[in-house]
Design a protein around this ligand. Sequence first.
Ligand code: SF4
Length: 340
Amino acid sequence: MSEPLLSLRDVVVEFPTRRGVLRALDGISLDVNAGEVLGLVGESGAGKSMIGSAIIGLIAPPGRIASGEIRLSGQRIDNLGPSQMRALRGKRIGMVFQDPLTSLNPLYTIADQLVETIRTHLPVTAAEARAQAIALLDRVGIPAAAQRIDDYPHHFSGGMRQRVVIALALCAQPDLVIADEPTTALDVSVQAQIIDLLKDICAERGAAVVLITHDMGVIAQTADRVAVVYAGRMAEIGPVSDVIHRPAHPYTRGLMGSIPSLREERARLVQIPGAMPRLDAISAGCAFHPRCDVATAACATTRPAMTHLVSAQKGEQSADRFAACLLLDHTAREGGEHGG
Ligand code: SF4
């Protein structure tokens, strides 16, 4: 199998506080292959956005990556200095955040921002960069792009601004796009268009996407594989159809059971009791055990390792499935433990 584009191995992110060190990520491992869409899903506070921040080197101090490795095309990036990381962001890693106004400077026109970003990362003239910017705005569905490029961000609607942000994220032809809740602030009717657009353009350009969302519906529609995160730990990872239709981890089952379905009649939605623990109150053993409806005594003392599961699509490159639970169906285990 070829080397993954992005690889995280046992990444631990810590925040020193007066009351001790808090672990926001606790041994996260995952791979993302070129051209693939990996969804990161979990409730608020699960740590999924922290994974995105760790990848792009934007963990707010005093937080830090305490151990583990992050590699892009085999090169370690978790130990780069601020200027090297800045060069990587934009050029090799594009970013799309929930609020487009955090990515766009309100004082500059769209042309200023796109042309400057293109010229920072690609060896082109100002005229060539402007032509590329107009073509990209046209591709992301901005009508009359040649005229609108000289408008300011406030001249655009929320949905149109997010299209501009996608153009900004892709203008330097990155290998990887981190999209953190890219549609949460938008109308439902616009959400699907933006997600489809992001997926189509990344597929055209061979860019991989890490899509961070709390919305399983978005994951089902978009992702090739999905990683379920709980309390800064990986609960389950695998091909999206396997994880959605045959969730192995009780937390994933709870997330799936809480989604309304238009196709199937469901007597009532399942609610996961309790709430995501605060970082200073994560239980020993399995972090999910206080909320788990099938927990045993062992779950309170033994932390489950990621275990390889047999997949319905076994044999395909992205078909590997892993889950961290002491009560996995033993017939589903393939043997061995792995980080994801
Ligand atoms: Fe539930 Fe135990 Fe599995 Fe954790 S290890 S998810 S508490 S059954």
